[in-house]
Write a protein that binds this ligand. Structure first.
Ligand SMILES: [Zn+2]
Length: 270
């Protein structure tokens, strides 16, 4: 297991790992990461990296992406889709030249086609305030308030500070978790706020960022310029694969849990 410091040394100072090594990363600032994952990490003496989206810390709100996830986990899928599409009907652009379903299937490889389509509209097509209004309406209908769900889902500043003190890396993940290519004009306020809130919590500026969503379409168009502007040494995507010492540090690859087997096989059989 690599530590975040070893990864920096590997990329910038010629440090060599004795064998293929992995760094575990946890995105979004979820309380499960603090209560469950770090217990195992501590038992094993492993340092990991945690990337925090900060709006829930400031507003005691729930990120749109997590409203969608929570609803998908707690409502009958067909009922959710029906409710969602009836509320979204008037907002879905009628674009005869783009088949969002194909794009959705390509983007969400691990979801069934219907869920992929709904997730794609939510995260990439519909305006983010429209989506948030729709999901908030559905959420209220289930009887849970946004404040209650916030307390159920997210770490607090003290817990983030505790992770930092335990030697884990705390990194940026944007303030609102909107795909960065959709807010290109508004980077400064979103990323700037994210950096400020994290800096206040841990007393030092984050030097790594995990781009929210992280796929090729959603990372900044010029990741190097982006990182240099905000003082990030390392930017993590969700583009899958192993990194080498000459991988571009602003566009590091990551392997998500669903893909682990194929990539581990690949690394150890070649
Ligand atoms: Zn995320």
């Amino acid at each position: 297991m690599a530590t975040p410091l070893e990864v920096e040394a590997f990329l910038f100072d010629g440090y060599v790992f004795e064998r293929p090594s992995i760094l575990l990363t946890f995105d979004d600032g979820l309380i499960d990461h603090y209560l469950v994952a770090t217990t195992y990490l501590a038992e094993q003496g492993v340092s990991a990296a945690f990337f925090i989206s900060t709006e829930p810390l400031i507003k005691r709100s729930v990120l749109t992406v997590h409203k969608a996830q929570w609803l998908r986990a707690n409502i009958d899928p067909e009922l959710l889709r029906k409710t969602f599409f009836s509320l979204a009907e008037n907002s879905i652009p009628d674009n005869k030249f783009t088949n969002y379903r194909n794009e959705a299937d390509a983007h969400y490889r691990f979801d069934n086609s219907e869920d992929a389509y709904m997730k794609y509209l939510i995260n990439f097509i519909l305006p983010s305030d429209v989506v948030d209004n729709i999901l908030t309406k559905i959420l209220l209908g289930t009887g849970i308030t946004e404040g209650e769900l916030n307390r159920e889902l997210y770490m607090h500043e003290e817990q983030i500070l505790d992770l930092h003190k335990q030697g884990h890396l705390i990194g940026a993940h944007s303030h609102r978790h909107i795909p960065l290519h959709r807010i290109e004009d508004d980077f400064v306020s979103d990323i700037g706020t994210n950096i400020d809130v994290i800096s206040r919590a841990i007393g030092t500026k984050p030097r790594w960022i995990a781009y929210p969503h992280g796929t090729t379409e959603t990372i900044p168009k010029a990741p190097r310029t982006f990182c240099q502007k905000y003082g990030f040494a390392i930017g993590l995507t969700m583009e899958p694969g192993w990194n080498s010492s000459d991988s571009p540090p602003y566009r590091m690859l990551r392997i998500e849990q669903n893909d682990i087997n194929s990539f581990v096989d690949q690394q150890f059989t070649t």
